[in-house]
Ligand binder design. Structure first.
Ligand SMILES: [Zn+2]
Length: 80
């Protein structure tokens, strides 16, 4: 297998499955204002940066409900 073969193979994998960096994690969050629940997709890289596996993720208004709030997400990708 040549170098070109490897390159075309890996770009084919990226087309089908997306780049590893693009992996988003779906997390169910609940709005503290009105109690509505919804699913947000969190960038996996946001967790790596903190180092402890947790993340305060800003949820913009209009995604779950009309409110904007911070979702605290733990290492098991559960919102608290
Ligand atoms: Zn709300």
């Amino acid at each position: 297998m040549t170098r070109d073969d490897l390159d075309s193979l890996s770009s084919e994998v990226e087309r089908k499955f997306g780049k590893p960096d693009d992996t988003g994690i779906a997390v169910v969050v609940t709005c503290p204002e009105c109690g509505k629940s919804g699913v947000i997709v969190v960038d996996a890289g946001a967790f790596a940066e903190r180092g402890d596996g947790t993340c305060n993720y800003p949820v913009e208004g209009g995604i779950v409900c009309d409110h904007a709030f911070m979702a605290y997400i733990d290492a098991h990708f559960k919102a608290r």
